[in-house]
Design a protein around this ligand. Structure first.
Ligand code: DAH
Length: 367
């Protein structure tokens, strides 16, 4: 029994002295593991005579329980010690300022596209799209550009490599081909349904390309096209629609003027000017003695309607096209068009818009 007491004292001291969980585990294995010192004693019970065993058995069991309890208690203490040590070294300073989380900005071109879509959406226009790579038919021929007409050259067209059949695709020089695609689709729909052509009212924003580059021209730029086709649409609708648009877009009264012009795909054709004044080196859009050209427009040429299978004796309409980048430069006072495409984060931070504000007519186009 003395030996057992000595053993218990020894193991107890080892448990209490264990400095971490690994040491404690080694102590446990040494005492209570399969070949542990206490386990070996328990194995000896089998060789005892019953009277001896009746005394030694319960005593060893009680010892085992005491040791197990001690180990569990020590383990808990060690876990807590380790945690406290970690807490002491891993301090979180909650008084530090939060890390900056940069928020992106909406590019002025995207902003203006959204604004324009909201305004025309309110007038009942849907948004249509077409491909950037066009064929000659949609970009020129169907729009009444005669073959070898100088207007084709005026567009500074980017041509793609000739195909085997000798035809050549182009990067669209304007968004007007979307007019053709929209009308062709509408004619097909009416044919299939066996009904009259439904009235068309679309705008088509998108990228356009011309071989040109200076402060106000870039090889890729953006236009927005408009097309209205119905049975009784006339020049008055065109003027009212575009005059309204300018006032809403520039968020101020805007004087307008329509000047006769020429486009192959409209007859009559006009350019629309808006009034402005120069003050302290700044351009003030809306009122003033100066006029600046802002868009091209006109009544859709009968030849265009014929080229898509619409009867010009029954249907007519108007079309217009304008530069989105130019609208953005004028409304937001951005001096150089090339900066639009320079991908300079500082520029975008200055001229960009909050992604949290969606342009709308109820709470404001811009903020
Ligand atoms: N497509 C013309 C251009 O890029 C702009 C234009 C003028 C579009 C008159 C039209 C229009 O729809 O009627 O210069």
């Amino acid at each position: 029994m003395d030996d057992t007491k000595k053993l218990e004292d020894e193991i107890t001291a080892a448990i209490v002295g264990a400095s971490d969980e690994a040491v404690l585990e080694a102590v446990r294995v040494d005492a209570l593991g399969k070949k542990g010192r206490v386990s070996l004693l328990m194995r000896g019970l089998g060789k005892m005579v019953p009277e001896e065993r009746q005394v030694a058995g319960p005593a060893l069991n009680a010892l085992k329980t005491r040791l197990n309890d001690l180990i569990a208690a020590r383990k808990e203490a060690l876990v807590e010690l380790a945690l406290n040590a970690r807490l002491a070294t891993e301090k979180v300073d909650i008084s530090l300022p939060a890390r900056p989380r940069p928020m992106g900005a909406i590019h002025p071109v995207s902003q203006v596209m959204d604004e324009v879509a909201v305004i025309f959406g309110d007038m009942g226009f849907a948004v249509a799209e077409g491909p950037d790579i066009e064929d000659d038919f949609h970009n020129f021929t169907a729009l009444n550009f005669p073959p070898d007409h100088p207007a084709r050259d005026q567009h500074d067209t980017f041509f793609l490599n000739e195909k085997n059949d000798g035809s050549q695709m182009v990067l669209r020089t304007h968004t007007s081909p979307v007019q053709i695609r929209t009308m062709v689709a509408a004619v097909e729909r009416a044919k299939k349904a066996g009904t009259d052509l439904e009235p068309i009212r679309i705008i088509a924003p998108g990228r356009t390309y011309r071989c040109d580059s200076d402060q106000t021209h870039t090889p890729m730029f953006h236009q927005i096209e408009g097309l209205v086709i119905d049975k009784e649409t006339h020049m008055g609708h065109l003027k009212g629609c575009l005059t309204d648009f300018m006032a809403t877009f520039f968020e101020t009264k805007v004087s307008t003027r329509f000047r006769p012009h020429h486009f192959p795909f409209t007859e009559p054709s006009a350019e629309m000017d808006i009034g402005y004044a120069r003050k302290d080196g700044q351009i003030l859009i809306g009122q003033g003695d100066d006029w600046m050209e802002i868009l091209g427009c006109g009544m859709v040429h009968p030849n265009v309607l014929i080229s898509v299978g619409i009867d010009p004796d029954i249907y007519q309409g108007f079309a217009f096209g304008m530069g989105i980048d130019r609208l953005a430069m004028l409304k937001y006072g951005i001096p150089d068009l090339r900066d639009f495409f320079a991908a300079d984060a500082r520029w975008l931070k200055h001229y960009g818009f909050s992604p949290l504000h969606q342009p709308n007519l109820a709470t404001g186009l811009s903020s």
